[in-house]
Design a protein. Structure first.
Length: 251
């Protein structure tokens, strides 16, 4: 079940600068579960992990890895946002998640081998720590605490994609869009009077790729939400005007 909507609204007001991962989920408290998967490491072990990797940077829109490419390792996000997405045979894309600092991308075959089942690209300028599969295996062989970290990270990823499948399979596309707006308001909302202004810039096309619809449908549905007084949309800003009613539509 969702957390209490009033509490969620309070949290958005209390922590406007919090940068959270974004993906479709019924349990918003799970969104950033994997962001601290290295937290059990002490400073010395964390330094060992960092020395085993190499820092790489990508500009906005650049691909980090591509669907069908061979697995070679994982990328730990140290700055910025990375999108993971799947492209079907028709070329239509569905966004799996927007990952932020502390998460990793490039699984599930962390030791390398096999091929990537989806792609990843930079949503802004990003800084990543790249660990090859061979380096990860060495770290696991010599550092049991790191092995537990990797397991915890993979568990969080599994829960993420399970939540996505559940949302796609059990919620209508209208409910998914309403839930996505709730997620964005909770994780990127700034209080402005009685409304929550979504700070994260996200296009109708991006919304469509997350909920599994088309840009045209999203534009039409946002207009309906606006006429009902649930949200307000301007060229550069999307605000949640009636949090409780929007939450009710999502459930």
């Amino acid at each position: 079940m969702l957390r209490d909507p009033n509490r969620m609204k309070e949290q958005a007001v209390e922590a406007p600068d919090r940068v959270s991962a974004v993906y479709l989920s019924e349990v918003l408290s799970d969104l950033d579960e994997g962001a601290d998967f290295l937290s059990r490491l002490n400073e010395r072990d964390l330094a060992t992990v960092r020395s085993a990797g190499s820092v790489v940077r990508f500009g906005k829109g650049e691909g980090v890895f591509f669907q069908g490419d061979r697995h070679s390792g994982i990328w730990l996000i140290e700055k910025g946002t990375v999108r993971t997405f799947y492209a079907g045979p028709s070329g239509r894309e569905i966004t799996l998640a927007l990952w932020t600092r502390g998460h990793f991308v490039g699984g599930p075959e962390i030791f390398g081998g096999g091929t990537h089942m989806w792609s990843a690209d930079a949503q802004e300028e990003v800084e990543l720590l790249y660990l090859t599969g061979a380096r990860i295996r060495q770290l696991i062989d010599t550092m049991p605490s790191f092995a537990i970290c990797i397991i915890n990270g993979l568990v969080a990823k599994g829960k993420c994609y399970s939540a996505l499948v559940q949302m796609l399979g059990t919620r209508s596309v209208t409910e998914r869009l309403a839930q996505l707006l709730i997620i964005l308001a909770d994780t990127h909302g700034r209080s402005e009077g009685n409304r929550l202004v979504i700070e994260k810039k996200i296009t109708h096309e991006h919304l469509a790729a997350i909920v599994g619809s088309t840009r045209q449908w999203v534009t039409m549905t946002l207009d309906k939400f606006q006429k009902k007084g649930l949200i307000s949309v301007s060229r550069n800003k999307l605000s949640v005007e009636n949090y409780e009613l929007l939450h009710g539509l999502a459930t």
